[in-house]
Design a protein around this ligand. Structure first.
Ligand code: BG6
Length: 502
């Protein structure tokens, strides 16, 4: 094994991965399983090595055992093979480190020299699976410890800050050490297969390309619902709330991919420039519109899958007075030529009846209608893009109802592309697999640029400020329901309803 050469294999470049927060939840649940799958698919170069860093004391052997155990838990039994687990865990080393002090960081450079037999030419990828408050210190300490060079990259997780100002502080601290071209900000929704398919669907199919504007689309609907509650994350979540946790990042990224103009090519900056234009054109919320167009909710006790679950204020560690929202629904829009007058209805919440991420594009009705007047409301196409579960795309079309006595009655039916059954031999990879692979290849198009984060915060901050000004508590909804009734009223007042055909 030649451990020191620069990889010429673009699909499987050699890297050294330094994983901060190596024993944390994200690493155990998502990162090791994703790296394992890459290894299993032959996408991790034989020479790639991984250094786990955590504050706890642990020997490398015990660390490898811990990772092997986590794979047993989080990888499907049919996809877990002993040879890959053995090969994968053999790539791992462990270093105990106090992240906040520069002392000790030199050991990372030592580790690299040791595994590369003194000649280090592959990039160091630093993955910060730790709270954002530590990003600045870790970056500075890596520099002081002479761990970095012009190839080093850093990967950071959301949330980047709590508002525009704190996100600037964090990004400044990272930027003092890493240039933007080597910063990879993860929004894991961008790694989901069907989210990337939005780009293919929109820009590879002339059928949609010509229809994708206010002349043909009446409104857009995005639902991201979860069954889970706060699951021991009360401390973090109560300060954030659903707007900061889900809308500022995941939902706005979906809005960008639906609303952006075609990029000149698939280069990272061509795509991100177009996304920024959408974020800049997002409609701000005026005080007058707040009551009408935004609904905040908080779940109370209810039933999920036939089992009673506690309310948000009864969760472990809860502050019983909290006014944090666990649900948001809103009507917004993109003020530009393409989307003028097209409402975007967004809703997302915890403790809802099912886990579902879905976009529905509602096309306008036929201008000259010749069928039964009582079926007029049926007469519009819908494109349903299902991100999870059961990834797929369905186009609702109208056909003639069959039967001799049906005349020219219409009925609605889907043209359906279900990825699972259309391509059964293909495993749909987890978002983190794709994102880790892209970091290794040094491609940034699935990562969020600094100005995207900042524009998204600007928009959210103005909404939060208006909420604070209004001072109203969130509306209650029972766990296991689709949110406060006001969120249904919000859309029905426009003569529409949330798409419920799943
Ligand atoms: C995370 C949020 O970013 O996304 C969590 O912090 C949320 O609160 C999660 O549960 C949802 O991700 P997914 O991929 O399960 O839809």
């Amino acid at each position: 094994m030649k451990a020191t050469r620069r990889s010429e294999d673009e699909d499987r470049p050699v890297i050294d991965l330094a994983l901060f927060g190596a024993l944390g939840d994200l690493s155990l649940r998502k990162l090791y399983p994703a790296l394992y799958h890459l290894d299993r698919e032959g996408l991790l170069h034989d020479d790639t090595r991984i250094l786990g860093l955590a504050r706890q004391e642990m020997q490398t052997d015990a660390f490898r055992k811990r990772v092997a155990e986590t794979l047993q838990t989080y990888v499907k039994p049919a996809e877990l093979d002993r040879a890959t687990v053995k090969r994968f865990t053999a790539r791992l080393d462990f270093l105990q480190l106090d992240f906040g002090t520069a002392e000790g960081y030199g050991a990372i450079a030592e580790w690299r020299k040791a595994v590369r037999h003194d000649t280090v030419v592959c990039p160091l990828v630093v993955y910060l699976a730790v709270p954002a408050s530590l990003y600045g210190d870790i970056c500075r300490n890596l520099q002081a410890g002479e761990c970095l060079d012009e190839l080093s990259r850093v990967v950071v997780e959301k949330p980047i800050g709590y508002d525009f100002e704190s996100s600037c502080e964090i990004n400044d601290a990272i930027g003092e050490v890493f240039p933007e071209s080597r910063v990879y900000r993860i929004d894991h929704y961008l790694g989901k297969e069907t989210v990337q398919n939005l780009i293919a669907l929109r820009f590879a199919n002339p059928l949609f390309g010509t229809q994708w504007n206010q002349n043909h689309i009446s409104h857009v609907e995005i639902t991201v619902s979860e069954q889970v509650g706060i699951e021991g994350r009360w401390g973090y979540f109560d300060r954030a709330g659903q707007l900061r946790d889900m809308v500022q990042n995941h939902l706005l990224q979906l809005v960008c991919l639906i609303a952006m103009d075609p990029p000149a090519n698939l280069d990272a900056d061509a795509i991100r420039d177009e996304k920024v234009k959408v974020l800049k054109a997002l409609q701000p919320f005026s005080e007058a519109r707040l009551n009408r167009d935004v609904v905040r909710g908080q779940y109370i006790a209810g039933t999920i899958n036939g089992k009673g679950v506690p309310g948000y204020l009864e969760e472990e560690g809860a502050n019983r007075e909290s006014g944090t929202e666990t649900f948001v629904a809103m009507k917004t829009g993109v003020s530009n030529w393409r989307w003028a007058g097209v409402p975007f209805y967004l809703r997302t919440g915890k403790r809802m009846p099912e886990k579902l991420s879905q976009i529905v594009i509602h096309f306008r009705q036929q201008a000259h209608y010749i069928f039964d007047p009582d079926q007029r409301n049926l007469a519009a196409n819908k494109l349903v893009i299902r991100l999870q579960p059961d990834e797929g795309i369905a186009l609702e079309v109208l056909t003639k109802d069959s039967g001799l006595d049906r005349g020219m009655r219409l009925r609605r039916g889907p043209l359906h592309l279900d990825f699972g059954s259309a391509f059964p031999q293909e495993r749909i990879p987890d978002a983190y697999e794709r994102l880790l692979l892209e970091v290794m290849k040094g491609r940034q198009y699935l990562f969020v640029r600094r100005d995207e984060v900042e524009h998204a915060w600007h928009w959210c901050d103005s909404l939060i400020a208006a909420w604070e000004e209004m001072g109203e508590p969130p509306r209650r909804y029972p766990a296991g329901s689709w949110g406060p009734v006001a969120s249904i009223a919000m859309i029905t007042q426009d003569g529409r309803s949330w798409y419920e055909d799943y």
